[in-house]
Design a protein. Structure first.
Length: 399
């Protein structure tokens, strides 16, 4: 347990930021901070008195005789310094299992304890947020390193550039692109689409208002997640992969040509200016043209027959129904009124006709009042049973 105030810890990180950054760099490079490196960093900055504070504030911990930065501080420094290491796609793909498991528990337990269901929705939202963050970090780091490789800042040999480009394509870019492929049945993105469709349904028809709100938040998050992942997928497909392919191709051509110049007589070169004669048309052009025109010589007769099938010619008269609605205002149950109007003309209610009349609800001159309580009405059509809220229509709003 940390006894110090959060403000005190932040002030400590601000004061001794150079020390913390050096510790972070050593751990990024070696995986941990050796005792010798730790003592050297402390001595370099002349801050022998902060060793106790580093342990008290739980910034570092002992690993045998060596040290290690705690994960929360290490990730914070990664974020501040943009020093992200590309993660293997297998590390990111593990979120498919976590998201799938939570999704299944939410579906199976949607009619059980409300607090547990609410907590599971928040947990799956957290897992999705972590997944998107890792994808963005990976794409950013791979793009940064690829651009450095393209500009050859470190003066890498052509052979090494080919190996690096091929390695990133095989172990990072293609597997990560598979994870982001929404059309792949085993991808994480495909699973997120399934969760999004489920959340969209439940945010509209779930009985409990609090849970509906949670599903609404989850659905909004997934809409934004889809846009973010689509942007990362475009970076991988349109920018990163072509850039690496270009590096690999250019390097192979240059490496081969340099090798040829070193030993120009080892391989027999092809005659570059050897003459040849070709025809601008095929030898069998006459037969192909003849075959093309022969297909139009014999035309088959075409017959058509008019159909006498009866069909419903009902057309929705918006003005008529709007006039009847205004005449009967106020209406306590708008959807019930729509069904009554149809039953006056037809023995049964057809779903298409019902939804055509409900379009009156979107008129701007109507004063619509939504129920404060969970009051519902049931409308039965020929092929469905619709559960709808009781919406009240007051007298037309004054403009």
């Amino acid at each position: 347990m940390i006894k110090a105030e959060p403000r005190t810890i932040l002030n400590f990180l601000h004061t001794y930021f150079d020390v913390v950054r050096d510790l972070f760099e050593f751990q990024s490079h070696d995986g941990l901070i050796s005792k010798e490196a730790f003592d050297m960093i402390v001595k370099k900055h002349g801050q022998q008195n902060i060793v106790g504070k580093l342990k008290e504030y739980r910034i570092v911990r002992n690993i045998g005789s060596d040290y290690e930065m705690r994960d929360v501080y290490f990730k914070m420094m990664e974020f501040l310094l943009f020093e992200f290491k590309p993660l293997l796609p297998e590390t990111i793909e593990k979120y498919k299992g976590a998201i799938s498991e939570l999704y299944m528990k939410i579906r199976l337990g949607e009619n059980h304890d409300r607090e547990i269901l609410q907590e599971r929705i928040k947990n799956i939202s957290h897992q999705i947020r972590e997944f998107v963050d890792l994808v963005e970090r990976n794409a950013f780091r791979l793009l940064s390193e690829t651009r450095d490789l393209k500009s050859n800042i470190e003066r890498v040999e052509y052979r090494d550039k080919v190996h690096k480009a091929s390695f990133w394509i095989e172990y990072y870019i293609l597997p990560l692109n598979k994870i982001l492929d929404v059309n792949h049945s085993e991808s994480v993105t495909n699973k997120l689409v399934e969760v999004s469709e489920y959340a969209n349904r439940k945010r509209l028809d779930f009985g409990d208002e609090t849970i509906r709100t949670e599903f609404e938040k989850l659905y909004s998050q997934l809409i934004q997640t889809n846009q973010d992942l689509l942007r990362q997928s475009k970076i991988l497909t349109n920018e990163l992969l072509p850039l690496l392919e270009r590096i690999r191709t250019e390097s192979l051509i240059l490496t081969g040509f340099i090798e040829f110049l070193r030993h120009p007589y080892r391989t027999q070169t092809p005659p570059l200016l050897k003459g040849s004669r070709t025809m601008v048309y095929a030898k069998d052009m006459l037969f192909k043209v003849k075959e093309f025109f022969e297909q139009f010589e014999n035309q088959e007769s075409v017959y058509y027959e008019e159909s006498d099938a009866q069909f419903d010619k009902w057309i929705f008269d918006r003005d008529l129904f709007k006039t009847q609605l205004n005449a009967e205002l106020p209406v306590k149950d708008f959807f019930g009124w729509c069904s009554q109007m149809l039953l006056k003309e037809f023995p049964n209610i057809e779903t298409e006709k019902f939804f055509a009349i409900t379009g009156l609800l979107f008129d701007e001159d109507l004063n619509v009042e939504f129920p404060k309580k969970d009051e519902r009405t049931i409308i039965e059509t020929l092929n469905s049973r619709i559960n709808l809220p009781k919406i009240k229509i007051e007298t037309p709003a004054k403009i």
